[in-house]
Design a binder for this molecule. Structure first.
Ligand code: HEM
Length: 482
């Protein structure tokens, strides 16, 4: 590791039992859930426990606990050195741990355990992941035009709303634009053109997502409302079944070509369709819903010099490509790519990762070695790993746009973990790394390109939502500007 690691690889670390406490069964799990959501908040919840026990590997309870999860006890990995054990599928089992210590009812996914819940040792894991790789490869050329048309429209709306209301809710507009973009990019059919969905797709999708993630989410409502409603018992699946059916109808028609491919890979059509729905709506839409407002909010709070530099870099690369936004032009935008990685590092959109120890094993933090027993649940709180000062130095907690620029900067990429693997590695049918890894970084960059081809700079209020309050338009002569 940069600070202490690499050089100290030969040093024998002292062994230590994993410190921490689960407290009194049931009562402490509920009390800890309140700490996590309301009394301390996520970051403080983990940081304070690491501090109390003087260890970044520590025993603690994670939400939701009773009555949704049978067992809230985990060994938490809170540094950049211990965290990557979660990527090693020879050491951890990833069966049914996608959402953590509870698994949503399979009646929310057509009765199937979809890819995200499968361990690579299960035969369907490779088949479904291969289906997604084939789909994404076959639609490679559709991504840039689909993004530009949907987000071009989004920014037209932003400008109109700023003129009429003085502000524009990017977070809300992004829900519609991302949903339309993904459908068009993956299947060539905009969801709003499907009679089953019309313009209701994003709302139906958000409701279905809520049914699955509410045990580990907060909507910002008072504790007294959220605790009984979201965190104590699962929301009944039948209340979302008509929304799911409408989404499914869109996929069975729009994805017919991908479903043919599925059959050729030995996957039944129906199972493949539930999987495509999940990968599109949960993995992709759920991810972009968080990532794109996240990028904008970091930019809004950054130095305006960063806007200037990005605009210069993006416009030059596009001009050099004859005024076109090409994949080759995007590769030349080093700062742009760094800003996307930096956002994924400081604000990983998926913060929790889980895996069950397949056998007794040793896990090392920077300071000690710990014995883990077979069957114990390992849990990584990603922000603690990717904001580790022992790797990223004193600015670890800050957004530094150009952190990954240049040779030295790129050396740090192996500590960027947002995709459930180091940024220097690739997803495969044998691992659990995000199947959309390259697409995600591409889409993040496309947002910056669209923004800075249109505007020199912008301002936004950042809270639960990102609300754009002003844009300074670029001169009309900017090449590639929509
Ligand atoms: C898995 C993050 C977008 C498809 C994962 C995992 C993470 C992640 C952390 C591992 C979860 C675990 O097993 O613990 C993200 C983020 C995204 C994003 C932050 C966007 C900002 C996408 C997109 C796709 C996708 C666009 C499109 C295909 C998948 C699939 C898996 C996965 C299929 C399961 C992989 C497997 O089982 O081997 N993603 N993802 N994700 N992601 Fe993504």
């Amino acid at each position: 590791m940069e600070g202490s690691g690499e050089g100290s690889r030969d040093v024998v670390l002292p062994s230590r039992p994993v410190p921490g406490s689960y407290g009194v069964p049931f009562i402490s799990a509920v009390r800890d859930r309140l700490d996590f959501f309301y009394l301390q908040g996520e970051d403080k919840y983990f940081e304070s426990r690491a501090e109390r026990y003087g260890s970044t590997v520590v025993r603690l309870n994670v939400p939701p606990g009773p009555f949704i999860a049978r067992d809230p006890r985990v060994v938490a990995l809170l540094d950049a050195k211990s965290f990557p054990v979660l990527f090693d599928v020879t050491k951890v089992e990833k069966r049914n741990v996608f959402t953590g210590t509870y698994m949503p009812s399979t009646s929310l996914t057509g009765g199937y355990r979809v890819l995200s819940y499968l361990d690579p040792s299960e035969p369907n894991h490779a088949k479904v992941k291969q289906l997604l790789f084939s789909l994404l490869a076959s639609r490679k050329d559709a991504v840039v035009p689909a993004f530009r048309s949907n987000f071009g429209k989004l920014f037209d709306t932003v400008e109109e709303q700023i003129v009429s209301n003085g502000k524009s809710d990017f977070t809300g507009l992004n829900d519609t634009a991302s949903f339309e973009f993904i459908g068009e990019a993956y299947f060539g059919v905009r969801p709003s053109e499907s009679s089953a969905l019309g313009t209701g797709g994003p709302a139906k999708a958000a409701k279905w997502l809520l049914w699955q993630i509410c045990p580990i989410a907060t909507l910002g409502l008072p504790m007294i409302v959220e605790e009984p409603l979201l965190h104590t018992v699962p929301l009944p699946p039948f209340l979302v079944s008509s929304d799911y059916k409408a989404l499914f109808k869109y996929f069975s028609a729009a994805a017919s070509k991908a479903l043919d491919t599925a059959e050729s890979l030995g996957l039944p059509r129906e199972e493949a369709c539930h999987n495509l729905l999940f990968a599109t709506v949960f993995n992709s839409y759920g991810g972009f819903k968080r990532l794109l407002p996240g990028i904008l909010s970091r930019l809004a709070r950054a130095d305006s010099k960063l806007h200037e530099k990005l605009a210069r870099e993006i416009r030059k690369a596009v001009a050099d490509a004859g005024g076109k936004v090409t994949l080759a032009a995007l590769e030349k935008m080093e700062l742009t790519k760094s800003v996307v990685w930096e956002t994924l590092r400081v604000d990983p959109p998926v913060k929790f990762q889980y895996g069950r120890a397949k056998a007794d094993l040793q896990i090392e933090s920077h300071d000690a070695s710990y014995s883990i027993k077979k069957g114990e649940m390992l849990f990584g709180y990603q922000p603690c790993a990717t904001r580790d000062t022992r790797v990223f130095g004193p600015t670890a907690g800050q957004f530094v746009g150009d952190r990954f620029v240049g040779e030295e900067g790129r050396k740090l990429l192996k500590y960027v973990f947002w995709s459930n693997g180091p940024e220097t590695e690739s997803p495969s049918v044998d691992n659990k790394q995000c199947a959309g890894k390259n697409l995600v970084v591409l889409v993040g960059r496309l947002l910056l390109v669209e923004l800075f081809l249109r505007y020199d700079t912008f301002t936004a209020d950042v809270g639960a939502k990102v609300v754009i309050t002003g844009v300074t338009k670029a001169a009309t002569s900017v090449p590639g500007k929509a």
